[in-house]
Design a protein around this ligand. Structure first.
Ligand code: GLN
Length: 448
């Protein structure tokens, strides 16, 4: 399997550009060792996987897609998720491309090279976990880990026709995930099938004392939830998710999916998420504020690249940051620093926190009467490389259907639900109650 993985990478990755770093020597050695290993009943024995490059891997370069970390070759520890995968004997094939510090929706913000959509390389794979989604879609690995702050697992999964889950906030440890917006970030699996996804989540979920936001909940066997039975399932379809701005082909694919659910004995009704129209504005205030604080640690001293020509210490901080960070990252740091500055805090950050609560309350209310919320993952299928890169606001609007889920902290999955006339995948988004990944998976699996 490991050999097949590298062969496939050699065949296609010069067009797809999913990988930033390969760990060939170690992976081959690991595979040889596993060939002799009698204890081969582990959950992911010998399975080749890719890891998004903002998840720290011991002694394996971790760049976050940034020039700032282009020489960060020797992290001292593994993220908890990586330790958990290793314990089940997966093999890490390499590290996957991403928008710099997970800021972006197209992978064009990678400071190395943009990943392309394997279905048609004129199109973006989505972002920020574009490398993760593309690597699975192109058959380079059997699963990948991504991270999702405002849609970065689900949106690229939708664009690349794979399955991507953002777990409930707190279900998967963030220890070793380079923080973008700590109150929103979650790691999750990208896979070909719902069953694979459930299997990987079983391995990576669970309490971790190294992450103070990690929830202490029992982890069920998610694969056992895949019964195919959705009789009597109550589905809510927010009218905001099929409103103007959502492409007709996407709407049609979602309506067809709802018909499939009806034929399986489920029922659906239209509901409203009245505050979702504020979600994008709320998210960009909160996420940028948290990012401005989190990225303060990149000073040219502790990690990564230091400027060559500084006169004094302050100058060294400034120049290292000016040279190390890309344009989008700087935009967010400035926006966040402004929103948190004294005199503006109440007007922007605090207000955004209040709206976040209203958005969460909208979901809580719906979940009093329904099991899942269903809609599209994105308003359109994948767009062309270059189409939106000069217009950040249009780029931000692409996340309008995924962001509310992060703000509310609930789980959401994207599963393929059809192809556009141009032959590009469309994603169906299924959103569940806090810690009810089992129902999300059951619903997704029944449709698959
Ligand atoms: N596209 C969104 C952003 O640019 C979401 C990114 C993410 O989920 N990491 O912030």
């Amino acid at each position: 399997l490991v050999e097949a993985s590298y062969n496939r990478i050699k065949e296609v990755d010069d067009q797809v550009h999913a990988f930033l770093t390969l760990d060939e020597e170690n992976a081959r050695a690991k595979a040889k060792e596993l060939d002799q290993d009698p204890d081969n009943n582990t959950k992911l024995f010998g399975i080749p996987s890719g890891i998004k490059d903002n998840i720290v891997t011991k002694a394996l370069r971790t760049t976050c897609g940034s020039q700032f970390l282009r020489n960060f070759d020797d992290p001292l520890y593994n993220a908890t998720v990586v330790e958990k995968l290793r314990a089940e004997k997966t093999v890490t094939i390499g590290k996957l491309n991403m928008d710099e510090f997970a800021m972006g929706s197209s992978n064009e913000n990678s400071s190395f090279t943009p990943t392309r959509n394997p279905w048609n390389t004129d199109y973006v794979p989505g972002g920020s976990s574009g490398g993760s989604a593309a690597s699975v879609a192109a058959g380079e690995v059997l699963f990948a880990l991504g991270s999702d702050t405002g849609g970065s697992i689900r949106q690229p999964a939708a664009f690349c026709g794979v399955v991507g889950l953002k777990p409930t906030y707190g279900l998967v440890s963030r220890f070793g995930l380079v923080a973008f917006a700590s109150s929103l970030d979650q790691i999750g699996p990208l896979t070909r099938t719902v069953e694979d996804n459930a299997r990987v989540l079983e391995v990576i979920a669970g309490h971790d004392s190294m992450d103070s936001t990690s929830a202490n909940v029992d982890i069920p066997e998610y694969t056992k939830a895949l019964t195919g039975d959705v009789k009597d399932l109550k589905i809510a379809v927010p009218k905001e998710y099929l409103a103007e701005g959502v492409n007709p082909e996407v709407k049609e694919a979602v309506m067809n999916a709802l018909k499939v659910y009806e034929s399986l004995g489920a029922t659906w009704e239209e509901v409203s998420l009245p505050h979702s129209k504020y979600a994008v504005a709320t998210y960009y205030l909160l996420a940028s504020s948290e990012a401005s604080a989190n990225l303060a640690r990149f000073d040219g001293v502790r990690y990564g690249v230091r400027t060559e020509n500084a006169d004094n210490m302050i100058d060294m901080f400034k120049k290292s940051r000016s040279e190390g960070f890309g344009e989008e990252v700087k935009r967010r740091i400035m926006l966040g620093t402004f929103a948190l500055s004294s005199g503006y805090y109440d007007a922007y950050y605090k207000k955004a926190q209040k709206v976040r609560t209203l958005i969460k309350n909208d979901f809580d209310k719906i979940f009093e009467d329904y099991d899942v919320v269903i809609g599209p993952t994105t308003p359109t299928p994948a767009f062309k490389v270059g189409e939106k890169i000069d217009d950040p606001l249009t780029m931000y609007a692409n996340d309008i259907l995924t962001i509310p889920v992060n703000l509310a902290g609930v789980p959401g999955i994207s599963v393929p639900c059809g192809l556009s006339d141009d032959g590009l995948p469309i994603g169906l988004q299924i959103i569940g109650k806090h810690f009810d990944e089992s129902t999300v998976y059951r619903t997704a699996h029944a449709f698959e």
